[in-house]
Design a protein around this ligand. Structure first.
Ligand code: GDP
Ligand code: ZN
Length: 301
């Protein structure tokens, strides 16, 4: 048996990375119908054990428990959810200080999604080379705000080597996803810290195109300095998952304590009397931008 990690799936074949080689593996039929709530029994990111066949392909024998996973609604009229990727160490929530304009609401929305998926989030504020004094001040304020809540916050620029080194240290030996709106520099950042990255993305896509079913499942792209990037359009744009209004504040870490003081168990913290969260906001313990993001998201649920 070989231990490895599924780094790509083409529908019927799974590419299992053992660290030394990539074994093209199949999944014995007995696994297929086991899990009902998800449409794919094995996901990119899963840790597996593989037995070797005579033709040097593999058969997946065991699947490790998943620490976390990101899903999307199954396509093609299938019911249930499809796992895009599992066992993520972190999601890097990327915004740019300008071009496109910084949107704090975006950061908060992505953070809520990360919390709901139980994926650690790191905030990356990019294009700092474009910042003037107002932008630098804003970046400082945001760093303070998000670090106080408990998130890691870094500023970057593809033109600043030192900042790229910081990003590299964050990604080293970890499995990370980059999420955020298009144009903020997600691709540029990864290419700046690993020039081979783009070539690998190309390689892997070409490979799967030769298969019968070209799927848009995630793939894990190895970083030359160790670690993986989970790469898929579905991840980059991942949105709000299904959350009930009364649950939303569970995904704002700084609201967890104050909400214990709410009179109602199912308080949504926008109109109810004796609300611990509204109180904490009035006392300045919850930032105005965060409370506003909370109310905006509540509206959209
Ligand atoms: P993505 O859609 O998030 O992957 O964004 P891209 O990586 O494609 O970058 C969008 C544009 O922003 C490109 O023209 C990049 O050259 C530019 N860009 C990315 N990072 C930086 C940066 O740190 N500073 C500046 N000035 N431009 C950047
Ligand atoms: Zn409340």
């Amino acid at each position: 048996m070989q231990k490895g990690r599924v780094i790509q799936s083409t529908g019927s074949w799974y590419h299992v990375d053992t660290g030394d080689e990539i074994i093209e593996s199949r999944l014995p039929g007995r696994f297929r119908l086991d899990e009902k709530e998800v449409t794919n029994p094995i996901a990119v990111g899963d840790y597996v054990e593989v037995s070797m066949n005579d033709d040097s392909t593999g058969s997946i024998e065991t699947i490790g428990d998943r620490e976390n996973y990101i899903t999307r609604q199954a396509t093609h009229g299938k019911r249930g959810e499809q796992i895009l990727v599992s066992n993520l160490d972190q999601a890097c929530v990327v915004q740019s200080i300008k071009k496109p304009k910084l949107k704090e609401g975006f950061i908060d929305r992505f953070l809520v999604t990360c919390e709901a998926y139980e994926v650690r989030a790191t905030i990356v504020l990019n294009k700092m080379d474009l910042a003037k004094s107002g932008g630098l001040k804003k970046a400082e304020e945001l760093k303070q705000l998000y670090e106080d809540i408990g998130y890691t916050f870094i500023t970057t620029s593809i033109e600043n080597e030192e900042s790229l080194e910081g990003l590299k240290q964050l990604l080293k030996e970890k499995t990370s996803a980059f999420i955020g709106p298009s144009g903020v520099g997600k691709t540029s950042l990864v290419n700046a810290i690993d020039p081979e990255y783009n070539l690998k993305v190309g390689d892997i896509s070409d490979f799967s195109n030769k298969g019968k079913h070209t799927t848009t499942f995630a793939q894990l792209i190895p970083l030359s300095f160790g670690g993986y990037i989970a790469d898929t359009p579905g991840i980059r744009e991942f949105g709000l998952v299904n959350i009930e209004p009364w649950e939303l504040s569970l995904f704002f870490p700084e609201m967890l304590e104050p909400r214990k003081n709410c009179k109602f168990n199912n308080c949504t913290h926008n109109h109810e009397p004796k609300c611990g969260v509204a109180e904490a906001f009035e006392n300045g313990e919850i930032a105005a931008s965060r409370y506003q993001s909370y109310l905006n998201m509540l509206d959209s649920l």
